[in-house]
Design a protein around this ligand. Structure first.
Ligand code: SF4
Ligand code: SF4
Length: 253
């Protein structure tokens, strides 16, 4: 339901005013203020380009805006990488980070869920990551251990790295070895999404979903609607993900 702002003629300037007061629960003050600046710049650009407010609201609600902003920030970081990124041990076929202990696999947006489902649905019925390891992501190729949805992989997969693949293997088996974590830009993406949720409260719903459940549904032949229903998070999951990202980004931003 996106009609209340657009239908009432409220313009993007009104949305920017709401953003000034919005909070990104769990993200902390500095990440919230940074996300506010990023999102305001996004809205100012949308305004300059004359985008329709309904279209922009849909983009915010689906998480498409958070993904676009997160990718832009990530590219800036990769262009001038911090030490943890420079010394990353990540390589094709190294997939201990795709073993999703706990089953949820991480928080993804509706836009990401739709892309991931679309990439995996044609592979329904084929062997998947769980034929390699029972807790692996269903998007994984069990033979090559490459991601079969690489172009459609969500931000959490693009944000995780390690300076030590051995540590990742230890952690995949329940340990807690140092060296692996989320780059700091992941918090930008989550905080932008959390701010958008608060700014759109009463106008549009900003939902989050389980990566693992969306992937499992797609390869089981479920429709997108069935997978979204089954994978939908409780509203608190985004706040918890922000908190986790604050902790995980320390030392990798
Ligand atoms: S995060 Fe760890 S398991 Fe994943 S690719 Fe990098 S080194 Fe390998
Ligand atoms: S979507 Fe791809 S990169 Fe992400 S956890 Fe699954 S297999 Fe790994």
């Amino acid at each position: 339901m996106i009609s209340r702002i657009g239908g009432n003629g409220e313009k993007l300037t009104g949305l920017r005013a709401r953003l000034c007061k919005a909070r990104a629960k769990g993200a902390g003050t500095s990440a919230t203020e940074r996300a506010r600046r990023l999102l305001d710049a996004y809205l100012a650009t949308a305004e300059r380009h004359g985008r329709a407010s309904g279209e922009v609201i849909t983009d915010l609600a689906s998480g498409g805006a958070a993904f676009t902003i997160g990718m832009a920030v990530r590219e800036t970081l990769i262009a001038d990488p911090p030490e943890a990124v420079r010394h990353a041990a990540c390589a094709e076929g190294c997939a201990f980070c795709c073993i999703l202990r706990g089953g949820d696999g991480g928080t993804i947006t509706a836009a990401e869920a739709e892309r991931l489902h679309g990439a995996l649905a044609p592979l329904a019925g084929q062997a998947d990551g769980r034929d390699w390891h029972p807790d692996a992501c269903p998007a994984l190729d069990p033979a090559t251990r490459g991601c079969r949805a690489y172009e459609a992989r969500p931000m959490i997969c693009r944000s995780f790295l390690s300076t030590d693949a051995g540590a990742c293997e230890v952690n995949a088996n329940g340990g807690s070895a140092p060296g692996a974590g989320l780059i700091g830009t992941h918090l930008d993406y989550l905080a932008v999404n959390a701010l958008a949720r608060d700014a759109l409260r009463g106008t549009a719903r900003v939902a989050t979903f389980s990566l693992a459940r969306i992937a499992a549904g797609a390869v089981a032949g479920e429709s997108l609607a069935q997978s979204l229903d089954a994978a939908r998070h409780q509203s608190r999951a985004l706040e918890d993900a922000c908190r986790d990202a604050v902790r995980a980004s320390k030392g990798t931003s």
